[in-house]
Design a binder for this molecule. Structure first.
Ligand SMILES: Nc1nc2c(ncn2[C@@H]2O[C@H](COP(=O)(O)OP(=O)(O)OP(=O)(O)O)[C@@H](O)[C@H]2O)c(=O)[nH]1
Ligand SMILES: [Mg+2]
Length: 340
């Protein structure tokens, strides 16, 4: 009798990396409705666990109000207090068990100062390295080290045991001003100047692939000014005069890159590899409905087909590019690092 392996969902462990206040939790909240809609179109449900639907919807409403409400938006906020794990099931409408399970750890930025983040990075498959684009770009980047804490974050990465296939997805947060003013190329260049040494070091030691893209979670705002009082640094934004509607951009793409990467990694061993599936189930099991294993065989075949479709769908939307053409950057873009 053939031993039948249970159908395990493909699991991804994602850690949100980045200093306090750069917009990690906001990105998560803005990602949720748009990814849910996209997956719905390909017959998948995107299901958060327990009360997380309410938590995320609440956060999302706050973001919408911020973009539609008053003229001035100050980055004055109460940050994440402790670690929070969000679990999402990517579940086919026709099945009771999920095809994929995303475990997403939202950490407070403070966890990178005291190195607590290291234990979350250990064995994670993907991390979103969130960088505040405003402090990177404005006032010649003089507040960049204080706000983005690149060295502390690098230390956490270097001290951790990343999964062998770990990828870093850099998210340039609050990038709306630079998108509207055609400064995206400058943003990527500035990022490259400030981060290429750090990321090359991580890449060399941990053998990770790195993707970079820009994110706006609070709609069409425009950077106005930075105000510094002692150790407190606040960025002010004004609402774009002509555009009233909430308009987030790029928030679900990091997750799509993560899903794409994970599916591409397991593809050769399971997904859409019919030969492998058939090897586990001899013909009499596959074709005689009363044999044990018959149902599992057909479920596995159906799952392999679905995941293969999901992989193709993600491939279409993320538009990973291996060149540096900055103009064609509606979607996440693979941004090769200049090794110095
Ligand atoms: N202008 C602008 N503001 C943003 C954007 N994303 C987030 N913010 C604002 O930035 C502030 C901080 O966002 P959070 O999502 O709480 O930041 P965080 O990284 O989770 O912070 P910690 O939990 O403290 O680590 C909030 O006031 C958000 O409204 C964006 O894309 N543009
Ligand atoms: Mg947070």
């Amino acid at each position: 009798m053939t031993s039948i392996s249970p159908i395990e969902p493909v699991k991804i462990n994602i850690v949100m990396a980045g200093s306090t206040g750069v917009g990690k939790t906001s990105m998560l909240a803005a990602m949720y409705p748009s990814l849910r809609e996209q997956l719905h179109n390909i017959r998948y449900n995107f299901v958060p666990q327990d009360e997380d639907h309410l938590v995320l919807t609440n956060e999302y409403e706050k973001l919408q109000k911020l973009a539609q409400g008053g003229i001035e938006v100050v980055s004055d906020y109460v940050g994440t207090r402790g670690e929070k794990e969000f679990v999402f099931h990517i579940q086919p409408r026709t099945s009771e068990s999920p095809d994929m399970e995303l475990h997403l750890w939202d950490l407070p930025g403070g966890f990178y100062q005291d190195k607590q983040a290291t234990r979350f990075l250990n064995d994670s498959n993907v991390s979103f390295l969130c960088v505040d684009a405003v402090t990177l770009m404005e006032r010649c980047g003089i507040y960049h080290n204080r706000i983005n804490m690149p060295d502390e974050i690098k230390d956490c990465y270097l001290k951790s045991n990343l999964h062998p296939n770990h990828i870093i997805i850099v998210c340039l947060m609050r990038a709306e001003t630079y998108e509207q003013d055609g400064l995206r190329k400058k943003l990527f260049q500035t990022f490259d100047e400030k981060y290429s040494t750090i990321l090359s070091e991580i890449k060399k030691q941990k053998n990770t692939n790195i993707f970079v893209g820009s994110i706006q979670t609070t709609g069409r705002l425009r950077y106005n000014k930075i105000e510094v009082t002692g150790s407190d640094i606040k960025s002010y934004f004004i609402r774009h005069q002509n555009i009233k509607d909430y308009f987030s951009k790029g928030c679900d793409t990091p997750i799509q890159v993560a899903i794409h990467h994970s599916l591409a990694t397991v593809k050769s061993t399971d997904i859409d590899n019919m030969k492998l599936i058939k090897k586990d189930y001899p013909p009499f099991t596959r074709f005689l409905w009363f044999m044990s294993g018959y149902k599992e065989y057909w479920e596995r075949v159906a799952r392999a087909k679905r995941l293969s479709l999901l992989l193709k769908e993600m491939e279409k939307s993320i538009n990973i590019q291996s060149n540096q053409s900055q103009e064609n950057c509606t979607f996440f873009q693979y941004h090769p690092l200049t090794t110095r």
